[in-house]
Each structure stands twice: as structure tokens, then as C-alpha cells.
Design a binder for this molecule. Structure first.
Ligand code: DAH
Length: 353
């Protein structure tokens, strides 16, 4: 019967095409060509109606068995091709599980934050509390209430960033006090004495700003730690004992301190404190410029004029104050020759601390 021969031809071609298909995409094309809507076999399945009734049973049986056979062949071939393709893609995108991974770097506290925490903790340990101020401050608190009026020559010691308005004029509070970026944390002293009654034992860490170009010993922005004590009967001996203790805590028990007379507008008398050089231990070397000492902070007895601004009676109370640069102390403690290294973000440097 001619139609049975034709169906068998379709079968032979289909099985050969399935056998030679190179990939699942090619196999899919074969499937559509044979069993799709207008596929070769579908054509016969659809035209059963035009087959003479006597032949229908045998043609139908043949068609069904050919369809089953083609579908089975398609399924087997598909399984084989898909698994080969999977093997191939696994081989191409292979992950070498023996390759050592890239370790994630774990962040730590920065050296500067570390030294600030360390120093405030030392003071906490001897009963001080921690105060804070704002980085944008008024001229009044940064200078005037600290016995430094506008024409005072000490203003030249700290070149100031002023906050200006759109016309370039200095911004001011109620037209009275210029607004600036604080040049020192000493303003926290003035705020604290205004806000609370003695006894006062505080330290105040914070950022300060100066119109300086960064060099090995200057930064335009750095951190200070301010200290203030106001109580009855406070003497220079208390100041000395406290700061000697703190320096030994920071740098080591074997370090000596010395107090040199100095000038600050808000303390009288004033002093600068040196510690014995950590490199040569007082013999004199390049680090301490041959002196055997390195300067670490400024301090003094609170000037009675400063008490006057805060309405504290200098006949009843006395006090001392001090201020130190956190970056400077970090450099001295760890023998870092240049302040800028603290800010460079070089992991090889920072990881050491
Ligand atoms: N404010 C001073 C400065 O920035 C440091 C200082 C010196 C603070 C003496 C003090 C002090 O409280 O008593 O140079």
C-alpha cells in the first residue's frame, strides 16, 4: 500500500535525522519537522479521514507505532545530548575547588580612634566623665570666653576657618559672635563651666580645624583631647601628678615627664609637658632633635578671668586644664615620623596597629 510505504519512509528519515542530530536544538528541529503542527507524520495523522475505510485500521496502527517509535527515539536522543551538553558546560565553567580562596579583610578600629578611646578610658578610670562640643562653634566660645578677645595676639597661634555667608561675609550669631570651625577643643571648657557647677572633672575629645597645610607635623583637621578640673583646693601639684600618671599610662611606666613654662591665654601659669624620648630614652637622637624629650601637651591652672566668664568664684574654686593632640600622641607612641601617614589609608601601615 503506497501510504504505508510513505509512512515508513517518514519513519526511516526521522530516525536517521534523530540519530545524527548534533545538539538538543537540532533535535528539537527534527521533532517539529516530524511531529509538529505541520510535521510529516502529523500530515498523515490528520488525513486519516481520507483513507479508504478498509485501509484505515492498518494505516492507523502503523501511524501510531511509528509515532511511538519516533517519540521514544527523540526522548532517548534528548537525554543523551542533554547530559553530554551538561558535561561540557561543567568542564568549561569548571571551578577549581583546590584553589585557595581570597581571604576577606576584616576591618578594625583605626589607630586614631584607638588612641582617643585609650586616653579617654584612662581618664574614666580616675573618675572623669566625657563631654563633647560641636565642631562648628562661635568665636565667643572658641576664643573670647577663653580670655582671648579679638585683638589678642594669641589668635595668631591658630589660623581659623570662618563660616561665611553667600556674600563672603563672616556668618555670625545675632550679629555678635562670628561662626567658625573650632580651632581647639578648649571651647568645651567654657560650655561645661556655664552648664554645670563644680566639682567638674571632664575630658572632651573631638575634631578641630586649622588653616594649615598638611606637613609631617601639621594637619588642617585633627583631634584633640581637652581636660578640665574645677574643684576646691586644686593645685599645680594635682595637675602635675595627674598628667604624669596619664603619660606613664599612655607611653609606659619607664617614661619621665617634665613641665616647661609656656603661655596659653586661658591658663595661668601655663606649661607644656614633655615626655622622655621613647627612642633614645633621654640621651638625644634624631627623633627628639637631640634634646632627649618630646612635647606631648599643653596645660595650666585655669585663669581667674575664665572663671569670671562662667560665674565661678575664683576665691572658692581653682582648677586646671590641658589639651593634647591625639594624632601627635599616636605618632609619638608608635614612632611614626609623619602625621600624614595616619590618614593615607595604606593598609600595610594601618594593619600594624
Ligand atoms: N588649646 C590649646 C591648643 O590647641 C591646647 C591647650 C593648652 C589646652 C593648655 C588647654 C590648656 O586646656 O590648658 O594649642
Amino acid at each position: 500500500m503506497a501510504v504505508i510505504d510513505e509512512i515508513n519512509e517518514v519513519r526511516t528519515r526521522a530516525l536517521a535525522d534523530i540519530e545524527s542530530a548534533q545538539g538538543t536544538d537540532a533535535l528539537d528541529t527534527v521533532r517539529v519537522d516530524v511531529l509538529g503542527k505541520s510535521g510529516a507524520l502529523t500530515h498523515y495523522l490528520r488525513s486519516m479521514g481520507s483513507i479508504p475505510a478498509g485501509d484505515r485500521a492498518i494505516v492507523g496502527k502503523t501511524l501510531n507505532s511509528v509515532r511511538d517509535e519516533v517519540e521514544t527515539a527523540l526522548q532517548h536522543k534528548h537525554d543523551a545530548l542533554a547530559s553530554a551538553e551538561l558535561d561540557q558546560s561543567m568542564a568549561q565553567g569548571a571551578v577549581d575547588i583546590t584553589l585557595p580562596g581570597r581571604a576577606q579583610q576584616v576591618g578594625t578600629r583605626h589607630l586614631i580612634s584607638g588612641i582617643i578611646d585609650e586616653i579617654t578610658d584612662i581618664f574614666r578610670g580616675i573618675g572623669y566623665s566625657v563631654a563633647s562640643g560641636t565642631e562648628v562653634e562661635t568665636d565667643y566660645y572658641n576664643f573670647e570666653a577663653l580670655n582671648t578677645p579679638p585683638d589678642h595676639p594669641a589668635r595668631g597661634m591658630q589660623d581659623t576657618f570662618y563660616v561665611v555667608d553667600q556674600t563672603g561675609e563672616h556668618s555670625s550669631v545675632r550679629g555678635e559672635s562670628d561662626v567658625l570651625l573650632r580651632t581647639q577643643t578648649s571651647g568645651v571648657q567654657a560650655h561645661t563651666m556655664e552648664d554645670q557647677k563644680p566639682p567638674i572633672y571632664i575630658v572632651a575629645p573631638g575634631k578641630v580645624y586649622r588653616r594649615d597645610v598638611a606637613d609631617p607635623s601639621h594637619l588642617p583637621q585633627f583631634n584633640q583631647i581637652e581636660g578640665l578640673v574645677v574643684d576646691k583646693g586644686i593645685t599645680f601639684g594635682d595637675l602635675r601628678g595627674t598628667l604624669d600618671y596619664v603619660c606613664k599610662q599612655i607611653f609606659g611606666e619607664d617614661r619621665e615627664t617634665r613641665f616647661r613654662p609656656h603661655y596659653f591665654p586661658f591658663t595661668e601659669p601655663s606649661a607644656e609637658v614633655d615626655v622622655s624620648c621613647g627612642i633614645c630614652h633621654g640621651k638625644g637622637c634624631r627623633f627628639c632633635k637631640g634634646t632627649g624629650w618630646v612635647e606631648v601637651l599643653g596645660c595650666g591652672m585655669v585663669d581667674p578671668n575664665v572663671f569670671g566668664y562662667a560665674d565661678i568664684d575664683p576665691e572658692v574654686y581653682s582648677g586646671f586644664a590641658f589639651g593634647m593632640g591625639a594624632e601627635r600622641i599616636a605618632c609619638l607612641k608608635y614612632n611614626v615620623p609623619d602625621l600624614r601617614m595616619l590618614l593615607a589609608g595604606d593598609m600595610r601601615f594601618l594593619r600594624q596597629f
